[in-house]
Design a protein around this ligand. Structure first.
Ligand SMILES: Nc1ncnc2c1ncn2[C@@H]1O[C@H](COP(=O)(O)OP(=O)(O)O)[C@@H](O)[C@H]1O
Ligand SMILES: [Mg+2]
Length: 652
């Protein structure tokens, strides 16, 4: 069989070939990708906001800058010591500004330590150069040690700045995410939100403690080196400066390429990671449909694509660097050549030429590094922009200043002419009117997408209604404090969510101040007690990974226990028993019946048998209540409910 390409797979299998989806993910934004790419839209504004986070560390930053200066200066000065040493050995004197100064310092130190030095070395005259050498080496040692200490302190300080900064960014982001309305999560997939916390924040950290330091110390080195070069020999400086642009242009061209391939690599990495995530979480489905081979083929292609792009990215990013370094040897050779001529014609000394050659090489390094670091900075700023975009997202509207507590709520719920759409121009509910007296049970039936869940979403203010009103105990729900309102509404939904922790802790999530006895009483109400006691550690059994070690029905029982623990007078059951088998359902229903006692209950059920005894049944179709009444009324009407009940129509 001829080797197929990704495009072939997509053409043949369409949406099944999941790479189609993955391919559409923007580069590097998939979960687990490094999140590189994208230019900041408003860099200045983003930097200003970042600075707000760095601000508490100004003191640290000043010290960092000082230590950075110190370490740069020590490396420049330490290097310069070589000039007088070499020249002395050659029996000459260094005639440059810094050289004369260094020579002076070494001589002065030698004279100061003369008695000790000469007693070590024996002969006074013959040891003259030797004493000079030893002193110079001693001074270099001290200078470099100071440099090492400065670098150490600078990195330590900078690390605490960057880590502290991203800690507070993470905190703010997390707090913000908690304050965001449900609507936000409709529009932003979980993976996207996750990668704000991981990739984007990490990139900011890398920028702060890596690129910023490189950029600043690079610039300082550049300026310092230039000054030292000019004071050493201006003719040679001109020669060097003339060659630099030629070579750095080559460097920049390569950097540009490497940036392009790097982006490609990140996109490919995102695709591979996304594919792995999808196939690992979807293992059962893949096995059920025997798609292993297709998956392997597809993964192979994606993997191959990644290899190619990674090769190019690494080639241009890593291997071309050293090659560039070697080409700069040409400019080094020319510098030394011209230096040789100067030495023969002027008083230029071999020591000065040695240090100058070293500097000229150092000079081009920061320039090449600069463009590389700029890439990191740009992608970090783009990441920061995405982080700030989340922080700027509209939070849940604050409570009204005169919002009231909801103590002693009885649970008299009324909806008056409620019209609602998630999207303003696409209404999902039309003119919903209903009431539920305290303790009553109201059921919603109707096909999928009819708007049943939406009604309950409005009740606990996941979304706020703009047309019509919902009242509880004759007070508009928007006039209650939101926390209080939600405390008064217990919900059992179809998809269960358990947290890592013990069974007891998970039930207690329903009301944190509940005692152990209350937790167990709630479990008994929910008919969960007996299965919990059969678990290895009873109530102290640890639930992991959203309860994969429990059955669907058991998870649901824990959710019911959670709801039973809360003293909420209003209860919402949204398809609470849809995903369990009939036997488990019957078991759960015992718990549910007890749970419903004395509470206003809204129940949405897939199986009509569970809603028979409701005080009122609302039949919803396309967001409208088309029939209402109790079971017997509705059957007598011989309408939609009757059709559904007698099987003349199917709930789809
Ligand atoms: N978060 C949402 N954002 C936008 N539209 C939604 C959202 N949730 C549901 N809808 C739409 O609202 C309509 C009613 O959905 P829903 O209330 O969940 O139906 P039901 O619970 O009766 O199956 C559907 O057309 C659905 O596509
Ligand atoms: Mg629903």
């Amino acid at each position: 069989m001829a080797k197929r390409t990704l495009q072939d797979l997509q053409r043949q299998y369409g949406g099944v070939a999941s790479s189609q989806k993955i391919k559409m993910r923007p580069g590097g934004r998939g979960p687990g990708a490094a999140g590189i790419g994208g230019k900041p839209k408003n860099a200045r504004h983003t930097i200003q906001r970042l600075l707000q986070y760095v601000k508490p560390y100004r003191g640290h930053l000043v010290l960092v800058l000082l230590f950075m200066l110190l370490s740069t200066v020590t490396s420049l000065v330490g290097g310069y010591m070589m000039a007088p040493i070499i020249d002395r050995l050659a029996g000459r004197r260094t005639e440059t500004l810094v050289g004369r100064w260094a020579d002076g310092v070494i001589s002065a130190c030698r004279d100061a330590f003369a008695p000790t030095l000469y007693s070590w070395l024996g002969h006074q005259t013959a040891a003259d150069v030797l004493a000079y050498l030893l002193t110079a080496i001693g001074i270099m040692l001290v200078v470099y040690l100071v440099g090492v200490a400065a670098t150490y302190l600078q990195s330590r300080l900078m690390l605490s700045v960057s880590q502290g900064t991203i800690e507070s960014i993470r905190n703010d982001l997390f707090d913000k995410v908690q304050a965001l309305p449900v609507r936000f999560f409709d529009r932003n997939p979980t993976g996207e939100v996750m990668s704000r916390f991981t990739n984007d924040v990490d990139n900011i950290g890398t920028m702060l403690d890596n690129s910023m330091v490189s950029l600043i110390s690079g610039s300082v080195t550049l300026i310092g080196t230039f000054i030292f070069m000019v004071t050493t020999n201006w003719v040679l400086t001109l020669v060097t400066v003339f060659f630099i642009p030629i070579f750095s242009m080559g460097g920049m061209a390569i950097a540009k390429r490497s940036r392009k391939y790097y982006k490609g690599q990140q996109a490919a990495l995102g695709a591979v990671n996304g594919y792995i995530e999808e196939t690992v979480t979807g293992q059962k489905v893949i096995k059920t449909f025997n798609h292993e081979a297709l998956c392997e083929e597809e993964f192979g292609l994606l993997n191959d694509d990644l290899r190619g792009k990674q090769f190019k990215a690494n080639f241009y990013g890593g291997i071309m660097g050293p090659i560039m370094g070697n080409t700069s040897q040409i400019s080094y050779a020319i510098t030394v050549g011209v230096g040789g001529i100067l030495m023969a014609t002027t008083g230029f000394t071999p020591g000065a030429l040695t240090v100058f050659a070293g500097y000229s090489r150092q000079f081009s390094m920061p320039i090449n590094n600069l463009s590389q670091q700029m890439t990191v900075v740009f992608s970090a700023l783009a990441g920061a922009e995405r982080v700030f975009a989340v922080m700027d997202a509209e939070p849940e509207a604050p409570d009204r200043p005169d919002a009231r507590p909801a103590d002693g709520m009885r649970g008299y719920v009324k909806m008056q002419d409620v019209t609602f759409g998630y999207d303003p121009d696409k209404t999902v509910l039309h003119h919903i009117d209903l009431y539920a007296k305290p303790g009553q049970k109201i059921a919603f039936v109707g096909s999928t997408g009819a708007g049943k869940t939406t009604i309950t979403n409005l009740l606990n203010r996941f979304y706020d209604v703009e047309q019509g009103a919902i009242t509880v105990d004759d007070v508009n729900i928007q006039d209650y404090r939101r926390d209080d309102l939600r405390r008064n509404i217990a919900m059992v939904l179809q998809d269960t969510h358990l947290f890592t922790g013990t069974v007891r802790e998970n039930i207690r999530y329903g009301r944190l101040d509940a005692t152990d006895e209350e937790v167990e009483a709630a479990a008994k109400t929910a008919s969960a007690h007996s299965f919990i006691m059969r678990l290895e550690h009873g109530y102290d059994t640890v639930i992991e990974g959203d309860g994969t070690n429990l059955s669907q029905g058991q998870r649901q029982l824990l959710n019911i226990a959670r709801a039973a623990l809360s003293k909420a007078p209003i209860l919402v059951l949204d398809e609470a028993t849809s995903s369990v088998d009939t036997r488990t359902e019957r078991h759960i229903e015992h718990g549910l019946d007890r749970l419903m006692q004395g509470r206003t209950t809204f129940v949405i059920a897939h199986r009509l048998s569970t809603v028979r005894n409701a005080n009122a049944i609302m039949v919803l179709e396309h967001g409208e209540i088309i029939e209402r009444g109790d079971h017997d009324d509705l059957l007598a009407q011989k309408g939609r409910y009757w059709q559904l009940y007698t099987g003349a129509a199917e709930l789809d």
